[in-house]
Structures are given as C-alpha cells and as structure tokens.
Design a binder for this molecule. Structure first.
Ligand code: DON
Length: 586
C-alpha cells in the first residue's frame, strides 16, 4: 500500500517535458541516441520482467540470452558475467569491449562482497602534461582520438581473473557463444544500426575499420542486415585457447604496440606485460536500513553515491515526493558538494591517498547539510572541496543474479562510443580513449565537463579516475538490488537515483530505471534534466531560488535487477533508453 501511495505521489510530479528549452547542445561525449523518454502514463504502467530463480539484464538482447543460457547450463553468475562480457564485445561494439576496461562488484551467496578493478592504465611513457601544447593549452583531440588517448586495456585480464577465481566453467565454454556470434554474424536491429551509424565518418577514415563496419560503398549497415566480424572471432578464439597471455604478452599486444608506435602512441610490450586486475574491498554505506556495496577508487562512483546518500539521509524525501522542489533542491546541493569532493580528492589508490572515511563520515555530511540554505541555490563558485586544500562514451552496464544467490554488477567501457574509433591492424576490436578521464590540466574540463584536480593528474602506470559505479544494495545482508549505468559523470546520479526511486519513492525496478533523471556535477553550475523531470510549478520555484536548468535528451542505461522482498521474485529492468537491451530470467 505504502509503495503504491508513494508511487502515485511520485508520478504526480512528473511533467509533460515540453517545458524548458535546451540552450546548450549535448556534450560530445553524450550523444543523442534518439531515445524517447517515458510519458507519465507509460511510467505508471511500467512493469519489470519477473523470474523466480535467476535474471540477466544487458543492453543487447543476444548478450542477455547468452547469459541466461550459461546459467541454465549450471554456470554461476560469474560464469555468466564473463560470457556476457565477451558477447557484448561482439554484439554491442560501441561499448561492450575487449579494448577497454571496467569494474565488477560482486555479492556472493556466502555473504562476501568483492570488487574487481580492471580499469585501463596509462602507458609507462605517459607524462602529466602530455595533452598540453607548448603554451600549456590542452589539445582535446590528443586525449580523445589520437593514439595517445588509449590506456592499456584491462577487460581481458579482468574477465579472466573473475572466471578463474569465482567461476566454475572453462574459458572455452564461456567464450564459445561470443566467438560464434563474431564468426557467423548477427542480425542488427534498428537500435544496433543507429549506434553503428553514429561514427560512420570515423570508420570511413580508416580502411581496416571500414572493412568491418561499413559496406564496400562506404554506407553504414542497416537494420535487418548481418554484421560478421571474422577478425574479432580470430582474436577471441586466440584468447579462449591461450588465455590473457595472448592479449598481454603475445600477438595481440604486439599488434597494438606496432599500430601505436606507427601512429605516434607510447605503448611498449612492457605496458601490457605489467598489467594486472586487482581485487579490493568495495566502498559501503548505509541508507535507510539498506547497505550499499559499490566501487572504491579508481572509481569515484561508490564514494560519491555514498557521500550524497549520507548528506540527504535525514531529509524526508519519501514525504516530499519524486521531482518535488525540496527533493530536487537538496539532491542538487548534495551532488554539487560531493562532485566538488570527487574532483578534488579522488584518484588511483596506487598513487594518491583517498580520504574515503572522512568523506563518508556523519560529521562531514552534517557539516555540508548545515551549509545548505533551505531557500537558495548555492553558487558552485562558493563550493570548494570540503576537506580543505591539502587532503589528500562508451560504456555499458549489465547485472546478473543466479539461482544460488550470487549477484554480479559490471560496468565496462571504451569511453566514447567506439572509443578512439581505432582498431590495431587486423585485431578486430576498438581501442578506448580512456586517457581523457585524467586531468589534462587542473581546472580544464574533460569531455564530460568534469573539472578535476591534481589527484587525478596523469602519471606513468596510473589508472584514470572513473565515474563507473556498478553497485549492489543489500537488505539485512541479503541481495536487494543490482544497478549501474553508462553515461560518464552522469553514471553517478543515475545509479543514485535508481536507488532513491525504489527506496524512497516506492517505484518498481522498471519505473525506477525509466523515470526521468536529474544531474548536477558542481561545474558547470547547471542542473541537467531529462525531458519530463520538471513540472512547470517546480521549475518556477527552483528558478526563483537561483537554479539554471538545461534539458538534455535522455541519457544513461541502467540495466538493473531487484529482489522484491514482498514476492521474493527477481524484477529485471532493461532501461527503455536502450531498446536493444533485454531483461530475461527463469
Ligand atoms: O570511466 C568513466 O567514468 C568514463 N570513461 C565512462 C564513459 C561513459 O560512461 C560513456 N558512456 N556514456
């Protein structure tokens, strides 16, 4: 009953969406996918897919089906996660990858919570000012589309580390479906074809890329056509037979190093031979009786989500309601402060000390709350990292729960759609442009508009600070929710809002994922909203308090799972912003 009442109050605040003008275009890193936001009626009716035993949700339906097959064959959630990771590299090549990196957050049936870091690393020859010209000006092209933009990929090491430590199946078994899809091809649907067309010009400029992703006449593939990737099949087959050594010490590393050196990049074989994917403890925090298990640095996600939750916890969000003036105000103020802290204090833990305990302490949250005026937006120019000076596109999310109660949340990325757009020789896979996530110069925004500081400056062998936030929420030690998203800096608010939508606003998993989103990241001092978030009344009230809004086309793709405590059923929700995705279970 309470959930229904909360939901009705939530829906009452969701406006028509035709209220605000977008003055600024979308940042290059968050292209308009043509996704349509859910109307009020659609949102009210949205229902998740339910299953009794196990659930897989990914941004591409074929990858979801592979995950479910692995689970039905007796594999556990880790086996399925590795199979899905390789499958997405084939059927979702914008984002799924072996040329990038990511994070895996796990909750095992025995109660253990784990985190695996397979983030890319800067090459050993990288320098702090490598993306600046002789006058100290940042040259964005260098960190986004040149061979210097590429970090040492971590995905193959990460997936193998997960499989050999917690999986039950062989590498060959979990990789076979991806290899078959690459070899025999798969039929593109409209959404797959739309994404491929986004960077057709970049593909056309490189013969080895055009040969795979464009027709001989230079036209992009259309819906209904079959995309076959024999070069990728060969690379995957090599990894299946020889393991990560093929990628980090063998012919694949050699091909990337050769192409990098030819193109003016810095890679050597040592960069690849030195790569490792370490395990560490997740960041955890409590919110309204739930335990949030999320990502530690080099992800900023878990720390920032938890800092925001600690700040907003005492406010009566459930009473105020989704999209209300008060919720929007306090959420934006909390995001503003937490992002200022993120951008000032966090970085690769192998290089800097991250003051996580302080950022997540009750005192810190109370201090920030005491500085928020109830009736006024705080200009971001008045907000600095709150501990004092000396402290310290593209991506995809998937979520899996197996019948034993193991849960896996993965976000991995090559940064922009198709990363740099470069493929080394005949390896068949796109290389990331993750070096743009570093601070090219303190105070200068990156592609996601993040204005970051020295803790995230470039150093040899360092991992760039990430916003990826694969997260698991527990209730009384038992699985409650698996969530996360792509979307650069907006990943953090998307993940946070999916939790608030369920915990505070009583939405089911599908509604929580589809509901319009809100984002503020300290700088620029603008509240970005999806169409439909702001009602006319709320907009007027908040503008009167000093807020500036920008409406952006829908962003993110939260592929999420909830274990509904009332029914014990798993609720799977594919984000309606990625129509190619699928939630399926048994
Ligand atoms: O790690 C990060 O924070 C970014 N490289 C993620 C990029 C991303 O989500 C692009 N997708 N929209």
């Amino acid at each position: 009953m309470r959930r229904v009442a909360l939901l009705l109050s939530a829906l009452a605040f969701i406006g028509s969406g035709a209220l605000v003008n977008a003055k600024d275009g979308p940042p290059a890193a968050l292209p308009d996918l043509g996704a349509v936001h859910a109307t009020r009626a659609e949102l009210a009716a949205a229902q998740p897919v339910t299953a009794k035993h196990a659930m897989v949700v990914t941004a591409q339906h074929l990858a979801t089906e592979i995950g479910v097959d692995i689970l039905k064959k007796g594999g556990n959630a880790v086996d399925a996660a590795v199979a899905v990771g390789y499958a997405l590299a084939v059927v979702h090549p914008c984002c799924g990858n072996i040329g990038g990196g990511g994070f895996m957050t796990l909750h095992l049936a025995d109660g253990r919570n784990l985190f695996l870091d397979f983030r890319e690393k800067a090459p050993l020859a990288a320098t702090t000012t490598m993306f600046q010209d002789a006058n100290g000006n940042v040259v964005p092209e260098r960190s986004r589309s040149s061979w210097l933009a590429i970090g040492v990929p971590g995905t193959v090491m990460g997936l193998d580390e997960a499989l050999t430590t917690y999986g039950t199946m062989s590498r060959a078994e979990v990789m076979a479906p991806a290899i078959a899809l690459a070899r025999k091809g798969f039929v593109l649907n409209a959404s797959d074809a739309h994404i491929l067309a986004l960077r057709a010009k970049v593909f056309a400029s490189q013969p080895n890329v055009a040969a795979i992703f464009l027709h001989p006449d230079g036209k992009p593939y259309s819906a209904g056509e079959r995309l076959v990737q024999p070069a990728l099949a060969k690379t995957l087959d090599l990894i299946a037979r020889k393991g990560p050594d093929a990628f980090y010490k063998g012919p694949i590393a050699r091909a990337i190093v050769a192409a990098s050196q030819q193109g003016g990049g810095l890679f050597t074989m040592k960069d690849f031979a030195d790569y490792s994917a370490p395990w560490s403890a997740p960041v955890t925090c409590r919110y309204h009786g739930y335990q949030v298990v999320s990502t530690p640095p080099p992800s900023s996600g878990g720390t920032t989500v938890c800092e925001i939750l600690q700040i907003v916890a005492p406010y009566p969000f459930a009473k105020w309601g989704f999209g209300s003036t008060q919720v929007t105000h306090y959420l934006v103020e909390a995001e503003r402060c937490a992002f200022a802290d993120r951008n000032t204090y966090l970085g690769d833990p192998a290089f800097v000390t991250n003051p996580i305990a302080k950022l997540l302490s009750a005192d810190h949250a109370a201090k920030i709350r005491s500085e928020i005026a109830p009736d006024r937006a705080t200009p971001s120019s008045e907000v600095k990292g709150s501990l004092g000076a000396d402290e310290g596109q593209h991506t995809t999310q998937y979520s899996i729960v197996d019948a034993q109660g193991n849960a896996v949340s993965v976000t991995y990325t090559i940064n922009f759609f198709f990363g740099t757009g470069k493929i080394a020789g005949d390896t068949g896979f796109f290389l990331n442009n993750e070096m743009d996530d570093f601070t090219s110069k303190p105070g200068v925004a990156n592609a996601f508009g993040l204005v970051q500081g020295k803790t995230n400056e470039i150093q040899p062998g360092k991992r760039p600070l990430s916003s990826m936030t694969p997260t698991i929420v527990l209730k009384s030690g038992k699985l409650f929710m698996v969530t996360g998203s792509p979307g650069g800096s907006t990943i953090i608010s998307t993940t946070l809002e999916s939790i608030l939508n369920v915990v505070d606003f009583g939405m089911n998993m599908q509604q929580a994922v589809d509901a319009p989103r809100l984002h503020h990241q300290w700088l620029p001092d603008i509240v970005t909203v999806e169409p439909g978030y702001l009602s006319p009344k709320v907009k007027v009230a908040l503008e009167g308090m000093g807020y500036t809004f920008r409406v952006h086309s829908p962003w993110g793709a939260d592929e999420a799972i909830l274990r509904n405590p009332a029914t014990s059923l798993l609720e799977g929700a594919n984000d309606n912003r990625r129509p190619s995705g699928l939630a399926a279970g048994y």
